[in-house]
Each structure stands twice: as C-alpha cells, then as structure tokens.
Design a protein around this ligand. Structure first.
Ligand code: SF4
Length: 689
C-alpha cells in the first residue's frame, strides 16, 4: 500500500490540452536507438510506460536533414516513414495510459551532418562544437529567409508528430543547438530583429512556440526545454520573456556536466536552486531533472513548489518501474541509479544504451527481457546452482536464478559480499557504487531460494562435494603489475629494489609510508584518477602518467573529464600525458613519449601500474579438469563477469543476468514468445503505414 506521504506524486496534472496521470515525467533522453532501431526504441519506451511513468518522451528528433548527428542515433521526423516508426513508440506508450512526447530538434552548428552531407545551418559559420567532433567542416550562416524556412520545417515536423500520435511536442532551446546559438549574446552577432537585446534574441524561440501551438491545433501540449544559470542573470531575463508561452517548461541548467553529472561529482537534486528561481517567474507547469531516486526528495520537490513533475532520464533507465514501486508501497525495491553514466556513454558510442543497475535496458525488444519479470526455470525444485563469488556478476546471477525459482547457494571467500563494488565503493566519490550490491542483497533477502555463505573459500573438490546441478564461477579479476595492456605487448623492465604496487593492494589499503608515488594509467577509465585521489588523500605526493592525451580519457563518454581534471588539480596530483612506462628503478621511473619526444624520468618511491586485469579463473579450470576426469558432474559449469572477461560493472551485471536467464531453460518459452510478439506488433505497425 502506498505511503500517504507520496500521494502528491500521483496527483494528475494538466499540461495544456492533455493530462498526465501522475507526476513522473521521463524527459527526452538519448537512447542509441533513434531512427536506426525503432522497434528497440518502442519496446524500451513502452516498458517505462508499463512501469508507471505518466509521460514518456523520445530523444532529440531532427526536423530536417540539415540536423544530422551522424554516428549518434538520434530520432527524426522527416517524412511518412519516420511517422510510422514513431507511431510504434507512441502506441507502446499509450497502451499503458501514458502520454508520449517528442523533442523536435534543430542541430545548428553543433552537427557535422556526416550522414546527410548537407551543411548544417548556424547563426554564424563555424566548425561543429561538440567536444568529440573535430571535423574540418563549418556550418552555413543563416539569413532571414532561412529563418522562415526553419520555421516551416519545424511546423511540418510538429504536424507529423501529431500524425505519429504524440501528445507533447517540444521546442528545444538549449544544449548548444541552434536556438542556444540565438540566445547566446557572445555568439549571436545578428544586427536584425533576431540579434542584439535579449527580447530580440528570444524572438525565434517565441515564434517556434507559437508556430508549434498552431501546428498541433490543441491536440498536444507544447513544451519548451530551456536552460537557466545561477551565474548568468540574463538567462532568467530570457526565461521571463517567454514565461507563460508554452504549456509546460522542461528546465535545466547551462552546464551539461552538472545536468548529466556523474555521482562522483554531482548528487541528487543538484538543480533545485536555479529551477526554483525560474519557477517563480512562470504560471506554467515546470518539470526538471535531478537524478531523483528517493521518493522523499521527489515529494519534497513537488510539495515545496520547486517543480510540478519529477523529470528523470537515468533513474527511469535504472528502474523503469520506479513509479509503480512507489505506488505499490515498496520503494525499497527501486533499483537506484548509481550515476556512472554508462548509459550515456553508449549512446555516444552509437549503440543502444545499457545500464549498470538494469541489465534488461536496451534488450526489451531483441531478447524480450523485462526488468521485473523473469521466466520460471524448467527445473525440479531440487535443482541447485552453486555460485562462487559475490561480486556484481555473482549477485545478479543469484538474484535472477533465485527469482526464477532455482535453489541457489552463493559462496564468498571473504567476509564481505559484493566483490569489486564493495571494495571500489570505499574509494573517493564512488560510494554510490555500493547500490549495485545493496539492491541485489535486498532482493535476495526476500527470496527463500537463495542463501549466501560468506567466508567460504571453495576448492574445486569442495564445489563438487556439494553436488550442485550448475556451478557458476564468478571469482572476478585482479589488476596485474607487468605493464602489458593497451599500449605494451611486453612487460616494462624493473631494477633491483623497484617498488611496484598493484591497484588491488592500493584499494585494500597498502601504500608506501611516505614519499612520491607514480601511477601509470594505460586503462583510461576512472580507476587511474580515483586511485590517484585516494593516494593523495592518504597524504602521498602523486603523479598520474597516462598514455592518453588527458587523464580519464574515456570520461569524455561519461561527461567526467572536466570535473575529474579539477578534482586532480585540487588534490595536487601532477598529470603527465602521452607517456608509456618503460622502466622502474628503485627511486625513479622512465617513460617514453607516445608521440615523438624525449624520454622522461620521474623521481618516485613506487609505481602503481594500471594496464589490465587478469581473470581469476583457476577454480573454473580446476573444476573443468575434475569433471573431465569423471570426478563429478556440473552440466551448467560456466564463468561469469570479470572472471570470464574483465570489463565494466555493467558488463559484469549483464553477464550474470544473461547466464541466469539462459540457464535451465524457460518455462513456456516466455521470453522468446515476448520477443516474437514484439516483432509481430512492429510488423503490423509497418504494414499499417
Ligand atoms: Fe544510472 Fe549508471 Fe544506469 Fe546510467 S548506467 S542509469 S548512470 S546506473
């Protein structure tokens, strides 16, 4: 039963001509699916509607081929084929009584249009501005006739949005795209009525809001996505000029590393102050994100009038059923987002999003996976799975197998469950990593079928003596100290008395008593920087040397490089880029240059190499050997997670879930049936068009 404190989250709200059944609003967020994978997109968005989100929006949606984000699978509404593709999503959302929204998008100078091969249209002519794009092309500077043309394209797209069945149609005026260029006093150098004073720079946004209202003819709400900034009072002036025009405001801030901030740097509800300030200027409903995962915070935001609806991207990815769980009085079942930004990273890599907490995300169509529904096993109740290792892969496999009805034992060598997430969550900024463990332990606690056994170091014979039907080896991986990795195929050399410390030893508390430590990072993910910050916290002098051009280079995908660089600077960590470790001596380390420079020698007392991990799979091989000798049977013997192939925590959770779902068959073949049903529905949608 629902806690009455959260009733406010379930009050309907009018958004212009339409009404949302509750206050849960899935903001437009990129998916890596877009126009390339409409069935995958429809199944994913439909799952959110099934999970109770009152509004479910699709991602940024191009109005015309002059807005083309190339490798990033954006949505588009260029013609009738796109209308039919979007109708799949709108239908999937409507099926559960939710509203479907679409964010019409004009790329401006932000895009390189690599696919459509026509110039992008910008306020000035300049190269693409997205950090990852350094293509040698420039946008075309638009004139007043072009503005008329853009308005017509936007109107046409809004009409197509209605045809596709959308209930909310956006004017997208932030995130650096064309309308942001108009609003930016530094970039907008126009001398006509679209430049100069703020009331003129907002003119095109005003016109598009009015045009969109005329196009949708009262069949849909007009939303506007807009940024304000505590540092820039003019953004509130601009907002004030438009305050009562759209039916709903989707507000954010003008710093994407805050809006999309990783949990290392940005916590829940970080936009509260600027959103509250803007909300005071309008009579229209305001929705805003804040990586909200706790119902108390959500209810407080609505009750205190900061915003009218809870906007969410990542929390809806981590748990598509978040609203239902609050409604059904079981908020402890919410899979809380950990703020790792693995989801966003994979859109930037041009593939469907995935999620560390929710292994079914992006697999709703392809595999028919459902975040809350696992098929019962075709097994007798006496069938037993032994899982050795309780890291993210082991815990997820145990949870999913237990939910499927199999008896499960989890044997963990140490006293603490959770494996790498328990250990890593003690490092600076990574406390939310522990949610991966805590949610799974909470679910396992509710299952009579699963029993954890900490402090149980198992040999192969121990495992076989239990006589399980299946054995999953989830014993993780360990960081190596040889230097082999992305850029070294031979180990670095080392002199007598060279002190080389493994990352795992640092995580477990080992470090030189005093002095200077050099970290050699050929991994390029978060660990190099986090270990540097940890050693600095322990009072050591630290130099972080990387083979990449910047520390935590992969952070470009998770939106962390900037905040990470600031954290390193504030901790007085010295950074050296484009260097490869060659030799460690007793009091120094020598590096070659990755480009064409001279060798560099750094005086230091110890080196921590971060280059690769070795799967801890000895138990698996021992078991396989014993089974081959006829000393036991284990038909389900498998390696999962890092023990199989070291990777992200998301990959380990996915491995555990997938192994659990594929083990022991599916009673009734329900997953396959669901996938086939979705395929047939998609085909019906296509033929209808
Ligand atoms: Fe949250 Fe990470 Fe999942 Fe994204 S991938 S929704 S940041 S837990």
């Amino acid at each position: 039963m629902r806690d009455p404190r959260y009733d406010i989250l379930f009050e309907p709200i009018r958004l212009g001509p339409v009404t949302s059944k509750n206050r849960f609003y899935q903001v437009p967020h990129c998916s890596g699916m877009g126009w390339k994978r409409p069935e995958t997109l429809a199944a994913m968005r439909g799952m959110k509607a099934e999970g109770g989100w009152g509004v479910v929006c699709t991602e940024y949606c191009s109005i015309h081929p002059t807005s083309d984000d190339g490798a990033y699978p954006y949505a588009r509404l260029w013609d009738g084929a796109d209308v039919r593709a979007h109708a799949l999503m709108a239908d999937a959302v409507h099926e559960h009584g939710s509203l479907a929204g679409v964010e019409l998008w004009i790329g401006g100078s932000f895009t390189a249009n690599l696919d459509t091969r026509v110039p992008s249209w910008g306020v000035i002519s300049r190269p693409p501005t997205f950090a990852g794009l350094t293509h040698p092309v420039q946008s075309r500077r638009i004139d007043k006739d072009d503005i008329k043309t853009i308005r017509q394209w936007h109107k046409d797209a809004a009409e197509r949005a209605i045809e596709a069945g959308f209930d909310i149609v956006y004017v997208y005026a932030t995130h650096g795209y064309l309308l942001s260029e108009f609003l930016d006093r530094h970039m907008n150098d126009r001398t006509d009525e679209y430049g100069g004073m703020i009331e003129d720079r907002v003119r095109i946004v005003r016109e598009l809001i009015e045009d969109t209202g005329n196009a949708v003819k009262g069949k849909a709400a007009v939303a506007c996505r807009f940024s304000v900034s505590l540092d820039d009072p003019e953004t509130y002036e601009a907002f004030g000029e438009l305050a009562d025009l759209p039916d709903v405001w989707d507000l954010t801030v003008d710093d994407y590393s805050v809006e999309m901030g990783a949990s290392r740097f940005v916590k829940e509800g970080a936009l509260e102050s600027p959103v509250a300030k803007a909300k005071a200027l309008t009579s229209k409903p305001v929705v805003a994100v804040g990586r909200f995962t706790t119902p108390d915070t959500m209810a407080r935001m609505i009750r205190s009038g900061v915003q009218d609806m809870i906007d969410a991207a990542r929390p809806s990815i981590a748990d598509p059923f978040l609203p239902k769980k609050i409604e059904e009085g079981r908020p402890e079942d919410i899979r809380e987002c950990i703020g790792c930004n693995i989801c966003y990273a994979h859109n930037s890599l041009g593939v469907p999003i995935r999620c560390t907490q929710n292994p079914t995300m992006g697999e709703e169509f392809r595999h028919g996976w459902h975040p809350e529904d696992v098929p019962a096993v075709i097994a007798t109740p006496t069938e037993l799975a032994l899982i050795v290792g309780s890291g993210p892969a082991g815990l997820e496999a145990a949870r999913a197998l237990g939910a499927r009805g199999m008896q499960v034992m989890i044997a963990e060598a140490s006293r603490d469950l959770g494996g790498r997430v328990t250990r890593e969550s003690r490092l600076p900024g990574l406390s939310e990593w522990a949610r991966v463990r805590d949610w799974r332990l909470g679910q396992i606690d509710k299952l009579a079928t699963v029993e954890p056994y900490p402090e149980s170091d198992m040999s192969a014979q121990d495992c076989l003596d239990i006589d399980p039907t299946h054995i999953l080896v989830a014993t993780g991986s360990r960081w190596t100290v040889d230097g082999l990795g992305r850029n070294r195929v031979t180990p670095f050399t080392r002199g007598a008395d060279a002190q080389v410390i493994s990352v795992d030893d640092v995580i477990d508390g080992l470090h030189p008593e005093a002095g200077h430590v050099t970290i050699f990072d050929d991994d390029h993910y978060y660990m190099g920087s986090v270990v540097a910050l940890e050693l600095a916290r322990r009072g050591l002098s630290v130099t972080l040397v990387t083979t990449a051009g910047r520390p935590f280079a992969w952070g470009a995908y998770t939106e962390e490089t900037h905040a990470n660089a600031i954290a390193l600077r504030e901790a007085s960590v010295s950074v050296v880029t484009n260097r490869l470790l060659e030799h460690v001596a007793s009091s120094s380390a020598r590096f070659s240059c990755m480009i064409a420079g001279e060798d560099l020698t750094i005086d230091c007392d110890a080196v921590v190499p971060l280059t690769r991990r070795e799967p801890q799979d000895a138990l698996y091989h021992d078991l396989a050997a014993l089974v081959a000798k006829g000393r036991g049977t284990a038909p389900g013997l498998a390696r999962v997670g890092d023990c199989d192939a070291p990777g992200t925590i998301a990959a380990a959770v996915y491995s555990g879930y997938r192994t659990a779902i594929e083990l022991g068959g599916e009673a009734g073949g329900s997953l396959r049936e669901r996938a086939v049903e979705r395929q047939e529905a998609a085909e019906r949608g296509r033929s209808r068009g």
